[in-house]
Design a protein around this ligand. Structure first.
Ligand SMILES: NC(=O)c1ccc[n+]([C@@H]2O[C@H](COP(=O)([O-])OP(=O)(O)OC[C@H]3O[C@@H](n4cnc5c(N)ncnc54)[C@H](OP(=O)(O)O)[C@@H]3O)[C@@H](O)[C@H]2O)c1
Length: 300
């Protein structure tokens, strides 16, 4: 019998891909899937996967959920509420420790150390909490999802002819499915102990370049405007709160912090990561996909 790995976030878009790939490489009986609602999931159960109830908001039940596991794959919560995110994730780490788990894998985000972006507050706090827990860890700084391009383009609505951003810089976007595949390889390998691994695409594009690519795919002129933060917030008055929160990411972008290309994703996949332009072309043939990502993201 190998290590027993507890997986969170398996009902989500990243975690479901991680689970799919782990099922290709590890015996299903080595996996414990912790989900909000354990009813159903018949296909997984029939394969021998242990499906258990696990909600970060109910810490008292998490210790028994994580019992028998050697490693915990902790998918960061989808929330802009830093306090809630830090508290819930810390509770999950405490419960894992109490349950005898020895190793935490955490999905952080590929922003550089020292970034003042709000999106990194809970990630940095959780990374530190894990490191101080005394458990072994692997921090996986997942690249900016290609699917999130409307968010980076200043909460851009694909029906609009104008991209308005309070800063520009390159972003090494990565495909979420490939990030999931590589993350599964990291977990299955049992290596990368007490390491931080950064996964990014193999090419970085500025927001201006991304706008030009969009223009050419959609065959319409899309204006690119780099404006002040005040003008950006004015432009997004209808979603002021999320815009104000997200605006703190642009100084990191301007300083080139998101344009750094790390070879780890390509090495783990054993092939070139998916091309951003090709992915955009595919996504835009289904115009609603980007808008859906944006509205999901704004609602958390
Ligand atoms: N790298 C990037 O560019 C980027 C972009 C956006 C988000 N993210 C981060 O990456 C994470 C994974 O992305 P994704 O696209 O897979 O997100 P997603 O599809 O929204 O999945 C989030 C997962 O978290 C689970 N979850 C939510 N609340 C929970 C709770 N209280 N207790 C236990 N589990 C809970 C959800 O379970 P249920 O289905 O049961 O609710 C779901 O499985 C996100 O949560 C977010 O932190 C990264």
């Amino acid at each position: 019998m190998g290590r027993k790995i507890i997986l969170t976030g398996s009902t989500g878009k990243l975690g479901s891909v991680v689970l799919k790939h782990l099922l290709k490489t590890l015996p299903p009986t080595d996996l414990i899937v912790s989900v909000y609602n354990p009813n159903g999931h018949q296909e997984l159960k029939s394969k021998g996967v242990d499906v258990r109830a696990g909600n970060f908001d109910h810490p008292e039940s998490l210790v028994s959920t994580y019992k028998g596991g050697d490693a915990l794959f902790l998918v960061s919560l989808p929330s802009r509420d830093d306090k809630y995110r830090i508290k819930s994730q810390s509770q999950a780490i405490d419960a894992a420790k109490k349950a005898g788990v020895k190793h935490i894998y955490y999905t952080s985000l590929a922003f550089p150390d020292g970034s003042e972006a709000n999106v990194m507050k809970a990630h940095f706090a959780t990374e530190d909490y894990i490191k101080q827990s005394g458990l072994n860890y692997t921090i996986i700084r997942e690249g900016s999802y290609m699917e999130s391009y409307p968010v980076y383009l200043g909460l851009y609505d694909t029906s609009s002819d104008k991209v308005v951003v309070p800063g520009d810089g390159k972003v090494a976007f990565a495909d979420r499915a490939e990030l999931g595949e590589a993350t599964a390889k990291i977990i299955a390998s049992g290596e990368y102990v007490d390491e931080t691994v950064t996964l990014t695409g193999d090419k970085a594009y500025s927001l201006k370049e991304t706008t030009e690519i969009l223009s050419s795919i959609l065959q319409k002129k899309i204006e690119f405007h780099k404006v002040s933060t005040e003008e950006f917030l004015e432009h997004n008055a209808d979603k002021y709160e999320v815009a104000e929160w997200w605006a703190t990411s642009y100084p990191t972008l301007e300083s080139g912090g998101l344009g750094v290309v790390d070879p780890a994703l390509e090495r783990l996949l054993g092939r070139k990561p998916r091309d951003f332009t090709e992915m955009l072309r595919e996504t835009l043939s289904n115009r609603t996909a980007g808008d859906q990502e944006l509205s999901e993201w704004s609602s958390h």
